[in-house]
Design a protein around this ligand. Structure first.
Ligand SMILES: Nc1ncnc2c1ncn2[C@@H]1O[C@H](COP(=O)(O)OP(=O)(O)OP(=O)(O)O)[C@@H](O)[C@H]1O
Ligand SMILES: [Mg+2]
Length: 265
């Protein structure tokens, strides 16, 4: 695993070869400033500052209730901040609709549509676009086929979610998130419900997908080993604040606070 920031992966436009998400030709940055979320008197996120570099894979690690999901929901535009700002590529995300943000997300609880085939699940975000923004049926079919190849699920389009293993379902969920040409990818414990062996395979595979697409990615996990193995940098959240952020090796060798030291033990 690299200890440095991931170099943005350049993917040449029009290049053929291995299946690649067409959306990943340019990597995007995330900048968060003073982001605060309160529920009543409770401060859930407390003036968070965070920069994610284009093409970087950042893992968010922290105890239950520390605000990881809340932070992802704010990034996705599924929830509004109490104060502070989020910029995507320097654009104030507060001015963008959820669709305009083009954030792909896979949440543990965000299941596939059971009554739809794998193909229709992946195509969903494209087919619900207004007509003028919607790709043609042929374009959608070709994009879904590319994504199924990338997920190592060729020919799985006609199946229904009930006919897939847990790991296959999570890969379909990831394909669905990638289909909308996201600027950034947000993953909230996407492998949480899977057994240890499948998780291990999927995390390697996630790193590989990330390196191929070059998508700026924020990945929430409870699992320290997973965070340390997969991420370019790890941010440790505690009670709505970032205690430490840095490359996995640095955090392990030089915990910045007592909390981080105890948390990593
Ligand atoms: N809609 C809500 N109303 C009130 N409090 C909320 C709401 N959503 C979340 N919270 C509180 O915000 C805090 C952070 O929740 P969050 O889901 O972000 O934690 P998390 O770090 O993702 O935890 P976990 O690892 O268990 O998923 C918790 O104390 C939670 O109870
Ligand atoms: Mg959570």
């Amino acid at each position: 695993m690299t200890a440095d920031l991931a170099a943005p992966v350049a993917v040449a436009a029009g290049e053929g070869g291995h299946a690649r998400a067409p959306e990943a030709r340019r990597a995007h940055s995330i900048a968060v400033r003073g982001l605060t979320r309160t529920y009543g008197a409770q401060v859930i996120l407390d003036r968070i500052d965070l920069d994610v570099a284009p093409g970087e894979l950042l893992a968010l690690l922290g105890p239950s209730g520390s605000g990881k999901t809340t932070l992802l929901r704010l990034l996705a535009g599924l929830d509004a901040a109490s104060s502070g700002a989020i910029h995507l590529d320097g654009e104030d995300a507060g001015r963008l609709t959820v669709q305009e943000r083009r954030v792909g997300f896979v949440f543990q609880s965000y299941a596939l549509f059971r009554h739809m085939t794998v193909f229709d699940n992946i195509a969903y975000g494209l087919t619900v676009r207004p007509r003028r923004l919607r790709p043609s049926r042929a374009e959608i079919a070709s994009r879904v086929a590319d994504l199924l190849d990338m997920m190592q699920l060729p020919g799985f389009g006609p199946r229904y979610p009930a006919q897939l293993s847990g790991g296959q379902r999570q890969r379909v969920a990831l394909a669905r998130a990638l289909a909308i040409e996201p600027r950034v990818l947000l993953l909230d414990e996407p492998f949480g419900a899977l057994d240890a062996k499948v998780r291990k395979d999927l995390r390697k595979w996630l790193r590989d997908i990330h390196d191929r697409t070059g998508l700026t990615t924020v990945f929430v996990t409870h699992d320290q080993a997973e965070a340390m193995e997969v991420a370019d940098r790890v941010a440790i959240l505690n009670a709505g604040r970032i205690e430490q952020i840095g490359p996995p090796g640095r955090i392990r060798e030089r915990p910045a606070t007592d909390f981080v030291r105890a948390f990593l033990d």
